[in-house]
Design a protein around this ligand. Structure first.
Ligand SMILES: *Cc1c(COP(=O)(O)O)cnc(C)c1O
Length: 369
């Protein structure tokens, strides 16, 4: 029998399916759900996540970069994949692997159209992105006349969807800003619909936008973080299941005398006799250095063990004084949304960053029972 690795991220596919159906239940029957599985499905193992969601009949996938889409196709994923941020070198891969590029600027549009013309491709599926306030990627409303005249004279591409992205959908203090963004998006749609006579998919909201602005679902919603159990708000997060559980073990236990130090640069000096446990995970695995010096913790035997001193590349030392434990015992970095949110809050970050930081060195174990 093969033993589990010492350190691993387990991925609960039934929790994932539960979360997907939760979002399905929040939208109208005809509204599609697009699953955002960029960055290794937010650190969770994109292929396993994609395969399960495909089985659950998700309508669309989105990735950030083309190579992420290529990997999904090579693993046998067949449903449409939107590439959110393609580059000009990516055209051939989009063709070869049936990846649908987001077209966000005239520059990228020209590159793609020229290439399609050269290889005599007609009606290649593309998506149009509009900037309505994020000021990150996309055309502006003022670009619409030029864009439409281009699409009416050049038939290499077919517009599959027109979308935008909300700036602060999780922040209810920015409600007015968001409502203005929704209106700006509607204005854009109206102008395009006057000239493009075939139907295209309209989509605007991410996880928090979908939950907080049900009036803005349009034809499709784009769900990322929510699929993994996080929704930027305890009320919604409480209705989701946690997908990833990050665990390790105790490698070695030390008893350190008063006045001795632990770890690099003597960042921790014992004020009293301290029992320290060494855990084989470090910043190379996705434990940020900002978790050092007590800001981060792990759980051993159901008790919190704060990190002592600095986080090393491959190890952390934690305080197990008063905790009944021994070498080889199980260590939980996080197994609930609450723990990860607490760690994020303590260290000035968000669930998204902590999840996507879990490095590829950490083995993923798929749980599917
Ligand atoms: C990442 C991303 C999403 C998903 O956002 P979540 O907050 O994780 O749901 C949706 N749309 C775009 C354009 C994105 O880049």
């Amino acid at each position: 029998m093969r033993e589990d690795p010492m350190t691993f991220l387990s991925i609960d596919l039934n929790a994932l399916a539960y979360n997907y159906h939760f979002f399905k239940s929040q939208v109208k029957k005809q509204t599609k759900v697009l699953a955002v599985i960029k960055a290794f499905a937010y650190g969770h193992e994109a292929v396993a996540i994609a395969k399960r969601l495909e089985k659950e009949k998700v309508a669309y996938f989105a990735v950030a970069y083309t190579q992420e889409g290529v990997n999904l196709r090579k693993a046998g994923i067949t449903i449409p994949i939107l590439v959110l941020h393609p580059q000009k070198v990516d055209v051939q891969n989009c063709i070869d692997f049936q990846l649908e590029p987001n077209i966000y600027s005239f520059k990228i549009l020209k590159v793609f159209q020229k290439f399609f013309q050269k290889v005599e491709i007609e009606q290649f599926p593309i998506h149009l992105k509009f900037n309505t306030g994020l000021n990150r990627l996309g055309f502006s409303e003022d670009d619409i006349p030029d864009l439409l005249s281009n699409f009416n004279s050049n038939t290499t591409c077919r517009i599959v969807s027109v979308f935008s992205h909300l700036v602060a959908s999780e922040d209810l203090k920015e409600r007015n800003f968001t409502l203005n963004q929704i209106q700006a998006y509607k204005n854009i749609l109206e102008k395009i619909q006057k000239k493009i006579k075939y139907p295209f998919i309209k989509h605007l909201t991410n996880t928090s936008g979908t939950l907080n602005y049900p009036e803005a679902h349009f034809d499709m919603v784009r769900i990322g973080i929510g699929l993994y159990g996080y929704a930027n708000n305890p009320k919604w997060t409480g209705q989701l299941k946690n997908v990833g559980k990050f665990q390790s073990v105790i490698s070695q236990i030390y008893s350190v005398k008063k006045g001795e130090s632990i770890g690099y640069n003597r960042a921790f000096i014992a004020k009293k006799e301290t029992i320290s446990a060494t855990i084989p995970i470090g910043h190379a695995d996705g434990i940020p250095r900002t978790w050092g010096n007590g800001k981060g913790f792990v759980r051993i035997a159901e008790q919190k063990a704060p990190i002592l001193g600095n986080v090393c590349m491959d190890m952390i030392m934690v305080d197990v004084t008063g905790i009944d434990c021994k070498e080889g015992d199980r260590v939980i970095i996080f197994d609930t949304q609450k723990t990860l949110e607490e760690l994020a809050k303590n260290t000035g970050t968000i669930s998204y960053e902590l999840l996507t930081a879990i490095s590829q060195r950490v083995p993923r174990i798929i749980v599917d029972k």
